[in-house]
Write a protein that binds this ligand. Structure first.
Ligand code: MN
Length: 244
């Protein structure tokens, strides 16, 4: 199982969750929300090879944490993965739009300057602007658009610039989410939970709880669950080869 976008640090007992995932062989990308939390998040996964820790700067915190940009730059050389970063165009985050753009542009520029990173990207109601910036900063690395919810046309554009995608049980519940997943290249797709934010049956998804996403992908791809899992695993392997 692969959970390529999980806020491990936000669970009640992250260390216990990390241990369980290690035992169960679940591959995790533990995404962060602020540069100042990076060291602590790194500690949670330190003992476990299956947990990768990303350096994050969540768009919802861009305005409030602008002062942490220097800290981001300081940690970047030791981070292979960056996320969660991106833009959010929902009405409640419109006020911070200019700061969001400033932070995300800065991050992409910095990623390019260190040779590129694997970047887990938030693009809720902001797909065109996110894609503009990714296009402008092509050498920033490989973006993995998490829970992509743009239009089919925007999706085509994302595919055209080489983006990857991570999809989870919450996204795949709706027909719209399934249609988007069906149009994503099979060899550029990973699963995620976005837990503990994303829910299932009124409770947060646990780290690595992606079984239903794997089954839906199997249905979409016309293969059985084991074949879907094998493909996802080989995708992760391919993705990780992109950044050393
Ligand atoms: Mn998230």
């Amino acid at each position: 199982m692969i959970d390529f976008h999980c806020h491990l640090e936000l669970y009640k007992d992250p260390v216990a969750e990390a241990e369980r995932c290690a035992l169960e062989g679940i591959e995790i990308l533990s995404v962060g929300t602020t540069p100042s939390a990076f060291r602590g998040t790194l500690r949670i996964g330190k003992k476990h090879q299956n947990i990768r820790t990303a350096l994050g700067f969540h768009p919802h915190l861009a305005a409030q944490r602008m002062g942490e940009l220097a800290l981001f730059d300081e940690f970047l050389p030791e981070a292979r993965f960056v996320g969660e970063v991106g833009l959010d165009g929902a009405p409640e985050h419109r006020k911070s739009w200019n700061q969001q753009v400033k932070v995300f542009s800065h991050i992409l520029r910095q990623c390019a300057s260190v040779g590129g990173r694997l970047i887990s990207v938030h693009s809720r109601r902001a797909a065109p602007d996110v894609l503009d910036l990714l296009e402008r900063h092509r050498s920033s690395g490989t973006p993995v658009l998490h829970w992509f919810s743009g239009t089919q046309k925007e999706l085509s554009r994302a595919i055209g610039i080489g983006a990857w995608f991570s999809v989870g049980p919450a996204m795949l519940r709706s027909n719209r989410g399934r249609d988007l997943a069906a149009a994503m290249p099979q060899d550029r797709l990973l699963t995620e939970t976005d837990g503990p934010f994303a829910m299932i049956q009124n409770r947060p998804l646990a780290p690595g709880e992606v079984q239903t996403a794997c089954s839906v992908l199997g249905e979409i791809w016309g293969c059985d669950l084991e074949a879907a899992k094998t493909l996802l695993k080989s995708n992760l392997h391919d993705l990780e080869k992109k950044v050393v």
